[in-house]
Write a protein that binds this ligand. Structure first.
Ligand code: PLP
Length: 382
């Protein structure tokens, strides 16, 4: 059997060797970063080095960065910890943003999955009191990149704040928090080659965010609990490696496009968000007439790991809220799968995917032809 192919890097990407080394080294240390003795100071140094590295990856000030237990926590902290009267979130946000606060208004997206700036402008004009806007930099399902600078410009005109979930964008495209001028930004280690279970929220210093967890003075009293030193050290090492390899991520666009070209030689496959600027590593596409569930099982049997919708948390196949917001009808949305390349993907991976896609599609055609002829036989017999 040929080698298996992992094409689900947006769900979680492989741990980079530099991160694995940093995690192992930190696990070998004894010391609480809050202790004043030498052991404590060594743990503190590992955390502060990581803070510098992660902040540098996204053009932020390390003093503004708070380590959290995951990206979901960072998003919750931004949306639950700030004081505001209105919360506007885009329709295609990750569930950790969409579900963080009950009282929120949805900013619609167009058919390409890009936020409707004209509608946002109307929403801002109609709002009174302080508004927080949350729009992601790149979508986890389609890879569509949002016009964050334009969102910030509109926000500034109305005195609104902007939170940006940059969890999928960081390490895949250049991200510069200072240039984007957002007020808060969320990150997650396991999307850039760090360990799972570590995230970060970056908050402009003049803003006051209430902690979700209380009972300790860690992370400038904003995130109580003894720090996950090993996880944080791995996050820092992954950030350094991701920054050094950023140009290589741009090259993944060739493989992403080879997937699209390859499947379209076989059938007319819709690609969601195709007309928008997208992450170089991500493509979301449907196989005509074949449900995502069937595809996922067939790809798995063929040794190819992909995912559908945002099923990364439940493993369940449901029509994606992202595709629904883009106006994709439910049947097409239920056939959508996501292919995402990563830092250790290889040149042959796109071809392996296309080969498997072709075989699954051919089989599904044979099956529907068999069903159709069984149906006509029955009809004749009846
Ligand atoms: N935001 C986006 C865009 C994501 O893709 C994810 C993970 O899938 C998250 C937030 C949540 O991050 P974490 O898995 O670290 O909680």
């Amino acid at each position: 059997m040929s080698k298996s192919v992992y094409l689900d890097h947006n769900a979680t990407t492989s741990l980079r060797p530099q991160a694995a080394m940093a995690v192992t080294e930190a696990l070998g240390m004894t010391g609480n970063a809050s202790s004043v003795h030498r052991n404590g100071r060594l743990a503190r140094r590992a955390i502060e080095n990581a803070r510098d590295a992660v902040a540098q990856l996204v053009g932020a000030n390390p003093n503004d960065l708070i380590f959290t237990g995951c990206g979901t926590e960072a998003n919750n902290m931004a949306l639950r910890g700030l004081a505001y009267e209105n919360l506007f979130v885009s329709a295609v946000e990750h569930p950790s943003v969409l579900s963080a606060a009950e009282q929120r208004q949805i900013i619609p997206v167009d058919a390409a999955g890009v936020v409707d700036l004209a509608r946002l402008k109307e929403m801002l004009s109609a709002a009174s009191g302080r508004t927080l806007i949350s729009v992601m930099l790149a979508n986890n399902e389609t890879g569509v990149i949002q016009p964050i600078k334009a969102v910030v410009e509109l926000a500034r005109g109305h005195g609104a704040l902007v939170h940006c979930d940059a969890i999928q964008a960081a390490g895949k495209i250049p991200v510069d928090m200072a240039a984007l001028a957002v007020d808060l930004m969320s990150l997650s280690a396991h999307k850039i080659g760090g360990p799972q279970g570590v995230g970060a929220l970056i908050v402009r210093p003049e803003l006051s965010v209430a902690p979700l967890l209380r009972g300790g003075g860690q992370e400038r009293r904003l995130r109580a609990g003894t720090e996950n030193v090993a996880g944080i050290a791995g996050f820092g090492a992954a950030a350094l490696a991701a920054q050094a390899e950023l140009e290589r991520m741009a090259e993944l666009a060739r493989w992403r496009d080879a997937v699209i070209e390859g499947v379209r030689k076989i059938a007319d496959a819709p690609v969601f968000g195709e007309s928008a600027g997208r992450l170089p590593n991500t493509v979301c596409l449907a196989m005509p007439g074949v449900s995502a569930e069937t595809q996922l099982m067939a790809f798995d049997l063929a040794g190819v790991s992909v995912s559908s919708g945002s099923a990364c948390s439940s493993g369940k196949v449901e029509a994606s809220h992202v595709l629904a917001a883009m106006g994709v009808d439910e049947e097409a949305a239920l056939g959508a799968i996501r292919v995402s390349f990563g830092w250790n993907s290889e040149a042959g991976d796109a071809a392996r995917f296309v080969e498997a896609w072709g075989a699954i599609f051919a089989k599904s055609g044979a099956r529907s032809a068999a069903l159709a002829s069984a149906g006509s036989t029955r009809a004749m017999a009846g």
